[in-house]
Design a protein around this ligand. Structure first.
Ligand code: ACO
Length: 310
């Protein structure tokens, strides 16, 4: 009966036993996972755009090769995540179309422009750094296929974070102009990166249920704090600062305290009114349309092969 199924599911969650694709699960759990994993997958593929903007203008051949590999990794992350979402019974094409139609979200951070090369270092260091803090926690998410995808993604993501920090370090040790560029990139990305972790716990509608289901293991605010605590010493090591007059070490708490986040900015971006929302979706729609001949060609080829085999 449904009551027995529910009991069995609850027992597994309590015992930290992974829920697998063929297991019974409450429909709300399934839908919530499709929402979160789908948004996560969309973030990976939309996230390729701001960095791809600098592939042709990377300052050296080495930086170009590294950035190309990183952007390609992000495509791979999108594929693992779309596959994890598909195990829940949704079709990849359907959720992708929802993203193209602006009916499914992707991370707010990718709606900010990349104005110069320093932004690429800062994205690797801060954006991927924030993504890791969030994703390491998701390696223990209760849904097996999601948690396993996260393990591989985190390994690659930590490599991305280091390449970003290394690029930032080169600029921090460079000319006065390079230092100024780096500081400017940090100033523009700092607050949007803190917003990546989602609204504060008191305004996060999904958190309580997702924590109870052990999809989320830490709250939005806990992970944001962890990121700030990790990152301030790195900022200091580079000789850079955060654009936050209230940022200060709280000895008693053992944490860095930071200033108030302008939540109206996050909500504007989430609603589609960020600086690059329109441009990002246009680029993805164009890529989908321009790729139609590839999909048609692959299908025709598969059909021909099947007919020959028959
Ligand atoms: N950007 C866009 N949308 C966001 C953001 C953000 N930074 N933060 C929250 N939201 C959305 C939520 O998706 C939710 O929207 P919905 O109800 O339409 O689905 C709404 O705002 C309310 O937020 P929460 O109740 O806090 O939502 P949730 O419990 O899903 O927590 C979080 C948000 C922390 C982002 C969670 O979904 C998560 O951990 N996702 C996986 C990680 C991820 O997506 N990372 C992508 C960026 S990293 C990268 O790609 C390199």
């Amino acid at each position: 009966t449904d009551a027995q199924h529910q009991q069995h599911f609850d027992d597994k969650i309590a015992a930290d036993t992974a829920i697998e694709a063929k297991d019974w699960m409450p429909d709300a759990y399934r839908q919530n996972l499709i929402r979160q994993i789908g948004q996560h997958a969309h973030s990976e593929v939309v996230g390729m755009l701001p960095e791809a903007n600098w592939l042709t203008r990377a300052p050296t051949l080495r930086r170009k090769a590294v950035l190309l590999a990183k952007v390609q990794d992000e495509a791979g992350h999108g594929l693992y995540l779309y596959s994890a979402a598909e195990t829940l019974g949704c079709s990849r094409q359907e959720i992708y179309q929802k993203m193209l139609d602006g009916k499914m979200k992707y991370s707010s951070i990718f709606n900010y422009p990349t104005l110069n090369w320093a932004d690429i270092g800062v994205i690797g260091w801060l954006v991927d750094g924030a993504a890791i803090v969030n994703q390491v926690a998701l390696c223990r998410a209760s849904y097996g296929p999601y948690a396993r995808a996260m393990v591989k993604i985190c390994k690659e993501e930590s490599f991305h974070q280091r390449q970003g920090y290394e690029a930032a370090m080169a600029m921090a040790n460079g000319s006065e102009q390079q230092k100024a560029m780096l500081q400017d990139a940090i100033n523009r990305f700092w607050w949007p990166v803190l917003m990546m972790f989602g609204p504060s716990d008191t305004d996060s509608p999904h958190s309580a249920q997702s924590m109870a289901w052990k999809i989320k293991r830490h709250s939005n605010d806990e992970l944001r704090q962890k990121f700030v605590d990790n990152t301030v010493p790195q900022l200091e090591a580079l000789g850079m600062t955060a654009p936050d007059a209230d940022l200060a070490w709280d000895e008693a708490a053992g944490h860095y305290r930071f200033g108030a986040i302008d939540w109206s900015e996050l909500y504007e971006v989430i609603k589609g009114r960020g600086q690059c929302n329109h441009e990002r979706l246009q680029a993805k729609r164009r890529a989908w349309d321009d790729g139609a001949w590839v999909r048609e060609g692959a299908l025709a080829h598969a059909k021909k092969n099947a007919a020959t085999a028959a």
